[in-house]
Design a protein around this ligand. Structure first.
Ligand SMILES: [Zn+2]
Length: 410
């Protein structure tokens, strides 16, 4: 059997009062996802356990079929795995965003979607100038890493320090959200240290001249030690690949022993190379059993708080990713396709939320449960609920017929 997971990051949302109480998934035209829902199983799934924060890290680990309680140590260690950065036993990896802080406010947690090339120059200049034993590694766009060795700060102190994801405080006063706890002062000093170096950098001068926001500071968060995860081959006996623009998702793939396929033009934004991702996924399925395609755009558009842009991202995902994959899958009797988001990203609050999201599972041996559309309300009305704490993908990868009873109380 072949398995294709199509993940629209943050697609799920709450009813929008300004749009007649409908959600973006209800407002968007999504014929391909509707077909998956009506011909297959459509229900609600809790990617985020109720006691954990609603991040893409937790949500994607769940969707990959790993219990976040057992495997999650932090977002940054997963991204470090993707970058081939080996973490020693005393090392703690951090996400190090390049952000725009203006007038005491988190103006942009993406530095206006700074390009990877510009960002790499800034991160390298920080790494070269850093007086401490902290190392900086450039990533994609605004998403970078820092590794602090145990010789510099006790790992437990770093892990126990409370750090706020910068995308949770868009346009808010950032001061109350600076790191607090045992290593809070160290991290605050590091962030403060970055500011004059970034302010003086020619990359930022050029961005300001071009009317773009400069990257004014690093923002440290998402820290943790190296995770321990069993590979897909060991757990499920399948081979696989992951396709994503996002280091975190690719890092989970690395830890799961999956191939990470690079697709040129995959940006993690609404302008991503959808066709290239689909082509790479279908090609990979010729040789591996499982492919996980992750599309970040709906999440990013929800963080921007622009309703029509999120709807557009969902429609693009449906038309340019789900539809061609479904067309390909229809000519194979032994394929299964799953569509789901990794969490809710609410346009109203411009941030992630826990709770259930709709999923649709279609294909070989999958019975229909009579839901006609792919959205939050339709999935809820169908009555199929994968209970919080239960995982979806291990069921999908299982043999035999899959119906509403397979998932109800496994
Ligand atoms: Zn996400």
């Amino acid at each position: 059997m072949k398995f294709l997971c199509l993940i629209g990051d943050g697609m799920a949302d709450f009813p929008l009062s300004e749009r007649g109480g409908r959600t973006p998934l209800q407002l968007a035209s999504t014929p391909a996802m509707d077909a998956l829902a009506s011909e297959g199983l459509c229900g609600l799934y809790w990617p985020i356990p109720e006691d954990l924060p609603p991040g893409s890290d937790i949500g994607n680990l769940s969707l990959f079929g790993y219990d976040p309680h057992e495997t999650f140590t932090g977002r940054a260690p997963l991204e470090a795995a993707n970058q081939g950065i080996a973490l020693g036993p005393g090392d703690v990896a951090f996400r190090c965003n390049l952000v725009t802080l203006q007038d005491g406010v988190m103006k942009s947690f993406t530095s206006d979607h700074i390009s990877s090339e510009e960002a790499a120059e800034l991160i390298r200049s920080l790494d070269g100038a850093c007086p401490r034993a902290c190392a900086f590694y450039p990533g994609v766009s605004y998403r970078h890493l820092a590794v602090i060795p145990g010789s510099e700060v006790k790992p437990d102190a770093l892990v126990e320090t409370a750090c706020t994801p910068p995308h949770d405080i868009s346009d808010q006063t950032y001061e109350p959200h600076l790191p607090t706890g045992p290593a809070g002062a160290y991290l605050r000093d590091l962030m403060e240290w970055s500011r004059p170096i970034l302010a003086a950098h020619p990359v930022n001068a050029a961005r300001i001249a071009a009317g773009q926001l400069p990257a004014t500071s690093i923002w440290m968060w998402g820290q943790g030690r190296a995770p321990r995860m069993a590979t897909y081959r060991d757990r499920f006996g399948v081979t696989g690949a992951v396709i994503s623009a996002v280091d975190l998702v690719k890092g989970i793939g690395v830890c799961a022993g999956l191939d990470v396929i690079k697709v040129p033009g995959a940006t993690g934004y609404i302008d991503t190379n959808y066709e290239g991702k689909v082509e790479a996924a279908l090609r990979a399925l010729e040789t591996v059993d499982f492919v996980y395609v992750h599309v970040e755009a709906p999440d990013e558009c929800a963080h921007e708080g622009i309703i029509d842009k999120k709807i557009q991202a969902i429609e693009d995902f449906d038309r340019r990713v789900v539809a061609p994959c479904l067309t390909a899958a229809r000519s194979h009797a032994d394929w299964r396709v799953l569509v789901a988001p990794d969490h809710v990203t609410a346009l109203g609050s411009r941030t992630h939320a826990g709770g259930p999201v709709p999923f649709a599972l279609w294909g070989c041996g999958v019975a229909s449960n009579g839901v006609s559309q792919y959205d939050e309300a339709s999935a809820a009305a169908g009555g199929l609920v994968v209970n919080p704490g239960h995982l979806l993908v291990p069921g999908m990868l299982g043999p035999g017929r899959l119906d509403a009873h397979t998932f109800r109380n496994p």
